[in-house]
Write a protein that binds this ligand. Structure first.
Ligand code: EPU
Length: 300
């Protein structure tokens, strides 16, 4: 089975931060079967979806990665929905709405892919992806293709068993509830309005929340209280309306963003002795300074 791939790929045209250097080789699988073959032939290959939660080194990556953006199939049978890992949140939210199915309204404003959202149990507006998920089919380096039930996925706040067990999400199944399209659309409109007023649009390159909320507190509140909204490094700055967002408003680089994250982290650590944990994922290796910062930020 021949796979689509590109060499020396300029990743910054796809990352929502609009940063990152060249990747030696990028695979674009078109189906679950092709994807599994790539995963088997390229042990521990990094996998990404819509690159909306990912920071890629300014020096790029000297290796292979796989992007799931071409795996877009959605099957709807009654109240059951199966989505491939590359399906984008807003597309899934709209399609299930057209079928009069409720439960994924929160995804309307999410730029991410289903695979990434299951991996980190994405949430917003009081809903999270694990609420309506019944199972996820994943690739395990040890066991091959395995379908894990919702309980077996070990979901928590911004986590699932995927990180700990090196699982790659292939597709996810959901059980939704019938509702009128008008009600679903109304909820999605409210979610979009909330997002517009609280979070930067992708016209201002960003990656969503930068740090996870520490238990019982809010990263945005903590960062705001230490004056993070005034911070800028190179072309990247903290967003003026929410201190847990970084926007790249002047051709910033991933190195700028990592340096800025380090300043944000340090301010909160010095004032509160709380070590904020990144929500975003970093892929690097070739830039010593970036690697040093990431090692400090990413302890878990
Ligand atoms: N706050 C401040 N100053 C700020 C920012 C926030 O004081 O600069 C305060 C707010 O007033 C509020 C609290 O902090 O009392 C929490 O802020 P917000 O309601 O914006 O929610 P959040 O915890 O920052 C989380 C998710 C978002 C999700 C929203 C809405 C995390 C890290 N972030 O944000 O997810 O959209 O709730 O449900 O859990 C993402 O993961 O990329 C993301 C955007």
């Amino acid at each position: 089975m021949a796979s689509n791939f590109e060499n020396d790929f300029e990743i910054k045209k796809l990352t929502t931060f609009k940063t990152g250097g060249k990747i030696s080789q990028v695979f674009f699988p078109e189906s679950v079967e092709e994807f599994v073959q790539i995963l088997k032939q390229n042990e521990n290959i990094p996998v990404f979806g819509n690159l909306s939660n990912t920071l890629i080194s300014s020096n790029g990556f000297d290796g292979k990665i796989a992007l799931t953006t071409h795996m877009n199939s959605i099957q709807i049978e009654g109240t059951k929905v199966i989505a491939e890992c590359g399906v984008k949140g807003p597309k899934l939210a709209q399609e299930v709405c057209q079928s009069g199915l409720s439960g994924l309204e929160f995804m309307i404003g999410f730029p991410g892919s289903i695979g990434g959202e299951v991996f980190m149990n994405a949430s917003a507006n009081g809903q999270c992806i694990s609420d309506k998920l019944t199972s996820a089919t994943c690739y395990s380096p040890e066991k091959g293709v395995v379908e894990y039930s919702k309980d077996e996925m070990e979901f928590g706040y911004r986590k699932s068993r995927c990180k700990k067990d090196n699982l790659i999400v292939l597709q996810a199944k959901f059980e939704l509830e019938p509702k009128s399209q008008e009600e679903i659309q109304k909820q999605m409109d409210e979610n979009l309005a909330f997002r517009k007023s609280h979070q930067p649009s992708l016209a201002l390159p960003n990656c969503g929340s930068i740090f996870k909320n520490p238990q019982g507190d809010s990263a945005g509140r903590l960062l705001d209280s230490v004056g993070a909204k005034n911070l800028r490094v190179g072309g990247a700055r903290v967003w003026e309306n929410h201190a847990n967002f970084i926007v790249n408003d002047n051709n910033g680089t991933s190195t700028d963003i990592l340096n800025l994250m380090f300043e944000m982290y340090t301010k909160v650590k010095e004032s509160y002795n709380i070590e904020l944990e990144p929500e975003i994922i970093f892929l690097g290796g070739l830039n010593k300074k970036e690697n040093e910062i990431w090692k400090i930020l990413n302890k878990k």
